[in-house]
Design a protein around this ligand. Structure first.
Ligand code: KIV
Length: 264
């Protein structure tokens, strides 16, 4: 088995898995230096990088570009690339072909939303490690109950557990639980032998993932399940404003920023 995959699998029950999204070289380098175990090239790029209102417009070409940039920054951690809308829903053969493109760009594994067990089995058989994703699935949210919390009733929690088991049996090495009620996420985590990684799903998962723009305070939306570890929007606004003042006043560039001539 792929060594990074077995490292992540072996963390279940021993050490929490730390995942964060990244879409470009510089941010990926900084997140790995900060200690992330997994860099997730999420299709959330559709919103935080490309400015769309959802992940639906994200294409394979976009994901290949972002995945290549993140993979070139990675030194040792795992890079997982999201499979965008309609890159796997159309059948297992499409899924394998598209996942192969992401692996060629440097991804160690791919992630897809929902219990697409045929696609997961086919990718795993082709040697491509797969991360599942259940709970809130942004690619199909408008068809399946919006952006609310999942697993708050016993029936919903049972369905989620069945989906998680089916994904595990299909060969996924790990599974993201998005916006699943805390106790339901805990039950799923206890019932699986593969790790769960939560986002908005409470503390009982085997690991956590956040969108980097949210945790660094760079994206305006305020989400209850996000903890902000920095306020970069404010820092960036202040820095650009100070730069503008310096350019206008002539304080920048100063002598130390200016190249002298060599002889006279
Ligand atoms: O696209 C993404 O960033 C994701 C995470 C929210 C898990 O899928």
């Amino acid at each position: 088995m792929h060594s990074r995959v077995s490292e992540i699998r072996n963390m279940k029950g021993t050490k929490k898995i730390v995942a964060v999204t990244a879409y470009d070289y510089t941010m990926a380098s900084l997140c790995e230096e900060g200690g992330a175990d997994i860099l997730l090239v999420g299709d959330s790029a559709g919103m935080v990088v490309l400015g769309h209102p959802s992940t639906i417009p994200v294409t394979m070409d976009h994901m290949c570009l972002f995945t290549g940039a993140v993979a070139r920054a990675r030194k040792g951690c795992m890079v997982v690339a999201d499979m965008p809308f309609m890159s796997y829903q159309t059948g297992a053969a499409d899924a394998v072909r598209n996942a192969g493109r992401l692996v060629r760009e440097g991804a160690d594994a791919v992630k897809l939303e929902g219990p697409y067990t045929d696609a997961i089995r086919a990718m795993a058989a082709a040697g491509i490690p797969v991360m599942g994703h259940i709970g809130l699935q942004p690619q199909s949210a408008s068809l399946s109950g919006g952006y609310g919390v999942r697993g708050q009733t016993a029936q919903e929690a049972d369905t989620l557990l069945e989906e998680a088991r089916a994904i595990q049996e299909s060969g996924a090495f790990c599974i993201v639980l998005e916006k699943v009620a805390g106790p339901a996420a805990g039950d799923i985590t206890d019932s699986l032998h593969i790790p769960t990684i939560g986002i908005g799903s409470g503390p009982l998962c085997d690991g956590q993932v956040l969108v980097v723009h949210d945790m660094l305070g760079m994206y305006p939306a305020r989400l209850r399940f996000v903890k902000r570890y920095a306020s970069l929007s404010e820092d960036i606004r202040q820095a650009v404003s100070a730069y503008r003042d310096d350019v206008e006043s002539g304080a920048f560039p100063a002598e130390e920023h200016t190249f002298p001539v060599r002889d006279g």
